[in-house]
Design a protein. Structure first.
Length: 128
């Protein structure tokens, strides 16, 4: 698979999980400096990892929520919460992952993750 094919496959996965609006916004913000990072994300995160057959996208989403909570990365967490909902994760499953992450990664990170999740879930309910 060439670099361009890896990029295109990654972008298909990225759009499937995160949605066109999220991806279009990220790509629109990619200037000359940031474009190589967007290419790396597409090829490696969204193709080489999300394109693997070993786990369903729903499972990968739940793993990402736990890791992003542990790393206290609220911006990425917000995006991946939207992706988790798109991948069929339920609010109950999301809550359980965030509770487990809070115990193992720290309550302050868990509190922040719950705050962000409540906002994303409310936005999703309002859009439905």
């Amino acid at each position: 698979m060439s670099g361009n094919e890896r990029y295109e496959a990654g972008m298909r996965n990225r759009r499937k999980v995160m949605g066109d609006e999220f991806v279009d916004r990220a790509m629109a913000n990619a200037d000359e400096f940031g474009a190589p990072m967007q290419e790396l994300v597409a090829e490696y995160c969204w193709n080489a990892i999300w394109g693997r057959p070993g786990l369903e996208h729903k499972t990968r989403s739940l793993l990402n929520l736990a890791m992003l909570t542990a790393l206290n990365r609220p911006h990425e967490l917000r995006g991946h919460l939207v992706g988790a909902l798109r991948n069929g994760c339920t609010p109950d499953e999301i809550r359980e992952v965030l509770l487990q992450a809070a115990v193992y990664a720290g309550v302050p990170a868990g509190v922040d993750a719950f705050r962000i999740a409540r906002e994303v879930l409310a936005e999703a309910d309002a859009a439905a």
